[in-house]
Design a protein around this ligand. Sequence first.
Ligand code: FES
Ligand SMILES: [Fe+2]
Length: 333
Amino acid sequence: MMTATAKRTLSAEERGITLPLPFGWYVVEYGEDLAVGEVKAIRYFGKELVLWRGEDGQARMLDAYCRHLGAHLGHGGRVEGNAVVCPFHAWAYDERGTVVDIPYSKSIPPQVKRPCMRTWPVVERNRLIWAWYHPEGADPMWEVETLPEATDPSWSEWQRREWHVNVHIQDMAENGADTAHFRYTHGTADFPDQKTEFDGHVLRTLISAKMETPRGTVDGAIRAVSVGPGQSWTRFTGISETLLIAAVTPVDIDMVHVRFNFSQPKEQAEGPGARVAAAIIADVNKQLEQDKRIWEHKIYEPRPILCQGDGEIDRWRRFYSQFYAEPKREQAA
Ligand code: FES
Ligand SMILES: [Fe+2]
């Protein structure tokens, strides 16, 4: 008699995830989803966080727990001026984690009169809110790139897709360097012809690929750029111009939050080519679903056995290891 196997999610340790979290700029929210005066509890980088928008319109972020008696500032906290006010006893914090007001006390304890929490650099760009993560609190080492199409009214409103994927961020990112899987995981007609340029913290890839469309297979060019581990975008040209702003943010060591935002020139998205334009977006989303099944069940393999035809996985891992501040363990192959 067959017995069903009970399903259980393997721990990061069981999956061999020995990697730390890479530093960089990461999306923590859509700009339009955080109103002036709004406070949100969020979790990224293995930390509970509070995100708020001050009355001056600026987004700010702090570690979530109040230094007084440990309340979570994101659950019931409110905005006063540009500060976030704790829901428990109303201590007010600025974005450096300095207590600026205790309404019931004559004095502020000296320990919290200066910044008493970690400071999170936050910027808003391309209609997204970004936070700089570094495990040791180092200052940002590069800027978030501006994409003109993101705010260009002649480009269509974003089509958003979001996923939570149970995988370490490096294992997901390696997908782009893994040329052989396109054929077997995604069923592409060919292996993509791919040229990669490793340039400091920036990676540029040009892919000539066959794309499946309702009008048959067409030759397309795909230009993908990654700026550090958290910002990337892809421009598809050939049959239908499409911009994918892809943001992947670690939630925990074995969980990422993926935000895919697609935009196309309006005349194309709404014109006679609309069906083809929509098919390109559907195809990219389908690829993510196909990869997700692999990612969520794979282990991290620190010393993969590679063969000719595997692409530049080794070189890519060396590139990616620059984003780890911790002493190198096994992240580079
Ligand atoms: S726990 Fe935040 S003010 Fe007391
Ligand atoms: Fe893939």
